[in-house]
Design a protein around this ligand. Sequence first.
Ligand code: ADP
Ligand code: MG
Length: 544
Amino acid sequence: MAQRMGGMPLIVLSEESQRTSGRDAQSMNITAGQAVAEAVRTTLGPKGMDKMLVDSGGDVIVTNDGVTILKDMDIDHPAANMIVDVAETQEDEVADGTTTAVVITGELLKRAEDLLDQDIHATTLTQGFRQAAAEVESILEENAIEVSTDDEEILLDIAGTAMTGKGAEGAKEILARLVVDAVTAIADDDGINLDHIKIRTDTGASINESELIDGVIVGKGRVNQNMPTLVEDAKIALIESALEFEDTEVSAEVNVTDPTQLEELVEKEKSIMREQVETIAEAGADVVLVKGAIMDYAQHHLAQHGILAVRRVTQGDLRKVARATGATLVHDISSLTEDDLGYAGRVEERVMDDEEQIIVEEVEDGKAVSLYLRGGTEHVVDEVERAVIDSMGVVKVTLEDGLVLPGGGAPETELAMRLRDFAEGVGGREQLAVEAFADSLEVIPRTLAENAGHDPIDSLVELRSTHDDGQFAAGLDAYTGRVVDMTEEGVFEPLRVKTQAIESATDAAVMILRIDDVIAAGDLRAERDEDDPTGETPSPAGGF
Ligand code: ADP
Ligand code: MG
């Protein structure tokens, strides 16, 4: 309820509401944001540690992936959630760089707090941050390395860099090769749609046994044991309907009044089924994938024709097979002709993850592929999958943009140096904000050093002086702690991962810093308490 009194709005809050204003509100939000960043900081880089997340049901995830950690943590502070959003945006846009984005946000907030303490106004700060962020973009673009899309070596390096530090690292080379082959295989004139890569995971074998299948793993086995398990030179029909009668079709039209009529009905159904199977066989299909059910009678006839049939195939899988084999999806079986069929060199049933799976491979233009990822245990293979997804994302971005940067803290060190120069020209109090921004970016090389057990001060000093000598690509070799040329080490990241990370970190920090009034209906944990069936857990004020 608000009413105007003497020109000032008077806001009357209910008794349960909480209001925190001014510096207190800023401080509270900054602390919450920093706490989130602190939670993922130790996972950054090749020597970052993993987190074990245990949910209320006792399920365990072991991961090094920033966004996975944040999504699964039970975070219930609004400002902290803004930082989780940063990670999610980063993940959606470019797949990789989530920890980097969050760690930079936390550091920007921390440095901002120091300046707020020195009575620098939040608006001055956010303006300075914005200027710095704009400058960052132009410095990075100016220094990005152009990569041609057929430069395999750099693509492999990019794919590998995105996987370092994750459980997949032991098999980095093999997995990087699979990822690059998979992403390049599905690229076409319309661009790169990673949905065309199907990932299937399975335990009980080493990561090294993961493979790329140039085709589609259909998540089902054949419908009948009398059908072949292997068809070579397969002609494939894709049926979007079913080989079965639903109640609404034939049966509903007939009112059965005596046993002979029932028999007639069954005969009629059978003859329709026979006709449909004949149509499929006459079209020349020896594999048929059906979206709906296949009744026993039809199964039997298909088997007699030596046709391998699969039922209840998902629409997504039907589309993938269509894309891979050139088949057309057909709804009305009676209209099926040879022209609708697709081709695959091999269709085979294999057991994966204890389930029979039909694999459609050796396809003509290979525009849909599958990655079959292996690992000793569920935890391992899940983390391999997360690493592979990040890796697919960076290869896609690289193929799209053709611009990369050296990793290992090289760009952040360079940016910090160049921003300090830039700050001198900014003048006024904004200069302090630009300098704070520069200092914040160095949290990346500092953390990489710390996580690898090296002295962060020594590392930073050496990095700065090497960059001062004009070596843009100088970064931290996390294994030896030495400062080396990252392009020689093959540590590359797409330009877009870095620009996006810094951009979203800036946006989040600015958004949080601009808030000077937090008005919460109920208390700040109200959202969570709504889920509390007892409704009787009053939380401490603003508790994070
Ligand atoms: P994010 O979620 O931000 O991608 P990561 O844990 O994947 O976090 O760490 C990414 C950082 O690790 C980047 O700064 C990247 O350049 C760096 N990095 C990756 N591989 C290496 C390496 N071999 N040597 C040094 N730094 C590396
Ligand atoms: Mg990464």
